[in-house]
Design a protein around this ligand. Sequence first.
Ligand code: M6R
Length: 606
Amino acid sequence: MCGIVGAVAERPVNRILIEGLKRLEYRGYDSAGVALSEAGTLNTVKAVGKVANLEAAVAESGVSGHTGIAHTRWATHGGVTEVNAHPHISNNEIALVHNGIIENHESLRAVLKDDGYTFLSDTDTEVMVHLIHQLRQQHNSLLDSVKAAVKQLEGAYGTVVFDKANDNEIIVARSGSPLVIGLGLGENFIASDQLALLAVTRNFIFLEEGDVARITRDTVEIYDINGEPVEREVVESNISQDVSGKGEYRHYMLKEIYEQPMAVRNTLEGRLDGDRVSVDAFGDQANQIFKDVKHVQIIACGTSYHSGMVARYWLEQYAGVSCNVEIASEFRYRESFVHENSLLVTISQSGETADTLAALRLAKEQGYMASMTICNVPGSSLVRESDLAFMTKAGAEIGVASTKAFTTQLVGLLMLTASIAQEKGRDQSVIVNAIKTLPNKLEESLNMAEGIEALAEEFADKHHSLFLGRGSQYPIAMEGALKLKEISYIHAEAYAAGELKHGPLALIDADMPIIVVAPNNELLEKLKSNVEEVRARGGIIYVFADKDSNFASDDTMRVMNVNHVEDIIAPVVYTIPLQLLSYYVAVIKGTDVDQPRNLAKSVTVE
Ligand code: M6R
């Protein structure tokens, strides 16, 4: 979603801002802009489309500055135009960028218009810059004006502002949208994601909800939600800087698919102790919590929700605790029942998904015994606000379509299952022994790529598709359908195969490919009956099946064999061929695989 980069330095900051925006491109956006201040002159350059367009426009304009703010916009209010792109400017004096949504923008706009402000854009953001400009006339400093302005705002914001009259400072404010200060030597930075600043610093301060800060070249002053000065911890980041290289791969998504065996190895490293999960894998207090827990409530969105759906099968079967899984945007707006000794688990690649974060905050008021997050980004809001955190070690995931984050989440959830089983005195060695085989099993499934690439040709002219699975493979079918629709734009739906005759069978014809996930488990015969129901109605079936499942290819069925794996890890392994299928179909269709239309990597607004 939107990205922010800002800098105050002695040297020109153009390059730093553009490079920072490039590092945020993976989040998804549709336009970009930069405002630079030099010797009392404020210049703004904007461009629709890629950051490369902005880069060219900045170069052509020749503008430069030692203080500047830059933004990638993912449109919410107002179309994709240069006028609507950030930064927004008030009276050629104050420049502002904003992530989030201002919900009371209409009433603020009406008041500001009455006070003589002219609005150029259709955005909610423009009210902020005029409001700050208006308040600037009543307050001694920009800092106090911003503090006063945020009191009037409803909604979410991560915002960065400067005034060309005093461009040795930038003022930032956070509520609902993350911001991180980057500390340099004689220069300081701000961004919505530490990845943007890795080329210039490794030392970060993560702002907390309600914080307002004043940043100069040499100083950082932070004020908490009550306006009191606060010290926030400086964190040294060890995140890999190398987010830009696709290496030998054509797309980030393909690279990330192939990184999965390594990502799983990294996630397991140091966390297994013989045939047990190491006690400190989930943090200090985890043992007692796992001993006491009777119910697990999982909250997540999108792909992360699908990993939670898989975990429900595992937790109830192997750990003997009940489990509910809910989409965060639903959970946060209903009155839900909190079971006795209930552990709240959020799952998120980014750790910044607005609905998941809001659900966590709500749940903390509802009497859960503890909260835990399974997350891929250290220092993210979910990690900082949860009692326990299990960090997946997938590394930076750049492709909008989540791949290695999903499989490492599944590994984290398997380890959670084993840990709870362990504390409940159940045998968990079967889980741990199966987990250990995962990296090799994933490597084997990647060997299916060539066959799947050929198969993908058959999907290129299709408009609809149906994914089927049973048991813990049902969520894998859901994830397969999400991947296909997300990057190839083919309509894809997933069903638990037993539901076919309750409606979806009506859809079956030769133009509707049916993708079936069929490991050799106790549900196989049931699944085979479902497949026959589809065949009898003229459907073309694509089965990803265990070698021993005894499916045979013919005119109406293509069988792709998957090496045998233990049932408990089969959901992880069967994910890979479905990812590859979506990838190759998208490549054939020529879509933007890494940044599919209308989507953002990190959904930081509702
Ligand atoms: O960062 P999160 O895991 O919280 O993100 C949740 C979803 O937005 C995300 O999984 C989305 O569904 C992916 N684009 C799917 O590939």
